[in-house]
Design a protein around this ligand. Structure first.
Ligand code: 5GP
Ligand code: ZN
Length: 116
């Protein structure tokens, strides 16, 4: 899929509407269109990276930044204390449906383990 067709590239570019809760020069965080909990935010890199398997030493700083943004979103959403989950589905077999890397930040309700 080209970056022109990638829905999350288009969200980052402002071409597809989303409820953005945080953005900076490297990352964008917005509410999931089909929330699985009272808080369900997606954190993405502006750069098109298909999945976590595309990690590389050059991307260490970016990936670390995405995790910090996830923690910051959780704090702003008020779920740091109650608990939240940060999930990256990698590959169709693990439930990845959008092939632009995204961290799910989920909370605001009791979360069970193991996930399905
Ligand atoms: P995945 O299944 O790839 O881990 O997660 C993709 C997520 O993106 C799903 O939770 C889905 O609800 C969300 N999503 C898909 N399309 C859109 C969209 O156009 N806007 C927003 N805000 N979320 C989307
Ligand atoms: Zn993309």
């Amino acid at each position: 899929m080209s970056e022109q067709e990638c829905i999350f590239c288009r969200v980052a570019a402002g071409e597809i509407k989303a409820e953005i809760v945080y953005e900076d020069e490297r990352a964008v965080a917005f509410r999931d269109i089909n929330p699985q909990a009272p808080v369900h935010v997606l954190v993405i890199p502006r750069e098109h990276i298909a999945s976590l398997s595309d990690a590389s030493p050059e991307r260490d700083a970016l990936f670390g930044h995405l995790l910090r943004v996830a923690a910051q979103v959780a704090a702003v959403e008020g779920i740091s204390e109650s608990g939240f989950r940060t999930v990256v589905n990698n590959g169709a077999g693990a439930g990845q449906s959008v092939f632009h890397l995204h961290l799910h930040v989920i909370g605001g309700r009791r979360l069970s383990w193991p996930p399905g």
